[in-house]
Write a protein that binds this ligand. Structure first.
Ligand code: HEC
Ligand code: HEC
Length: 308
């Protein structure tokens, strides 16, 4: 049986929505997929080598399981605006400037440089800020372990990332929602939990990525996400999108649009709102989801369907 790292629960809201792990044998998987969705067989029908998400798989780094430096995941999506407050309170700007540009003689890396930032994994930035690091035996970086709560450090990580790529605004997210809904949600689910309609009966193996999983997505650089959306993941059911068009939505998956998609994927595990506003928004979402589920249930009861 495959237990993906994404199964490791982090957010409380995850517990309710997660689908059960894949137990189906591959032959059965392919048959079910063939029966259910002819158009996707090309994607799932011919994967003969089983790649599970363990340490040997390049999709998941070993970083997240390193000894006593095991990261403590946040309870909810880290807040970029709250991270800004921590950045100010901890005087990070003394060396990194208010905008991430290095102060001469204090730092050299430009935190606002997109090219650099797209190569950084959130979990490594968390490590760096939490535990500090000796740079070539020189000065030690300020260590936040005893000064801040893990959730404050996560806020800081995503604030630092926002200095190079600001998070999508609610308006931008709303613009992309229908594109994601039409092209991705069938596998990844409308809210990114990896539980889209194609997942009914666990017919895809591996499971479509759960974008709400901290351990998985904090171990990804933006560059890797871009590559996986642009070029797909061979044999794993993730299609390639670079160069494709969605005529109905009048968009083209060109290079800049795929970067916007990366920002959209990030919105499932970072927040452009304060911690308090984020919690409220999630509570509201959960209520709406519960209502939708109830409506769907009473609908299928009326039509005499048996629910599974
Ligand atoms: C005393 C100066 C100083 C202070 C204060 C400081 N930093 Fe740094 N920071 C550095 C130096 C030096 C580096 C090493 C790279 C370089 O030369 O720019 C660095 C590197 C970093 C990096 C890049 C790590 C990597 O992936 O290579 C991050 C992220 C970072 N700092 C965040 C912060 C945050 C957040 C704060 C506030 C809590 C902070 N720093 C406070 C000097 C400082
Ligand atoms: C036919 C089903 C399917 C569709 C449609 C699909 N995906 Fe995927 N996607 C998958 C599967 C399965 C994986 C997991 C592959 C793995 O675990 O190796 C995946 C993985 C990913 C990953 C990589 C996650 C990682 O760990 O690096 C990203 C990013 C992604 N999908 C984004 C998208 C986006 C954006 C769209 C729509 C534009 C989309 N996917 C459409 C099935 C799908």
């Amino acid at each position: 049986m495959v237990i993906n790292r994404q199964m490791a629960l982090t957010k409380t809201k995850l517990v309710k929505t997660l689908v059960s792990p894949v137990v189906t044998k591959r032959a059965l998987t392919v048959l079910l997929t063939l029966a259910a969705m002819p158009m996707f067989t090309a994607l799932t029908g011919c994967s003969d080598s089983k790649v599970s998400l363990n340490a040997d798989n390049p999709l998941v780094g070993t970083k997240v399981t390193e000894g006593d430096k095991e990261p403590i995941w946040p309870n909810d999506d880290p807040s970029i605006p709250d991270g800004k407050g921590v950045y100010a309170a901890q005087n990070c700007a003394t060396c990194h400037g208010a905008d991430g540009k290095p102060v001469a003689g204090k730092a050299t890396i430009d935190l606002s440089d997109k090219g650099w930032a797209r190569k950084q994994k959130p979990v490594e930035q968390y490590d760096f800020i939490t535990f500090g690091k000796h740079e070539g035996g020189g000065a030690e970086h300020p260590v936040m372990r005893d000064k801040l709560r893990p959730s404050e450090i996560w806020n800081l990580v995503f604030y630092v990332r926002s200095l190079s790529t600001p998070p999508l605004t609610d308006e931008e997210i709303a613009e992309i929602d229908p594109v994601f809904g039409a092209n991705c949600a069938v596998c990844h689910g409308k809210k990114g939990f990896g539980n889209g309609p194609l997942m009914k009966g666990n017919t895809l193996e591996p499971l479509p990525a759960n974008f709400q999983s901290f351990p998985r997505f904090y171990d990804r650089t933006d560059e890797i996400l871009w590559d996986h959306i642009a070029n797909g993941i061979k044999w794993e059911g993730m299609p390639n999108f670079l160069g494709k068009e969605d005529r109905a939505k009048n968009i083209k998956f060109d290079e800049p649009y795929i970067w916007r998609m990366v920002g959209y994927i990030r919105h499932f595990h970072e927040s452009n709102k304060t911690e308090i506003a984020t919690r409220k928004a999630h509570e509201k979402e959960e209520k709406e989801e519960a209502n939708e589920a109830n409506e769907a249930k009473s609908g299928s009861e009326k039509s005499g369907e048996t629910s599974k």
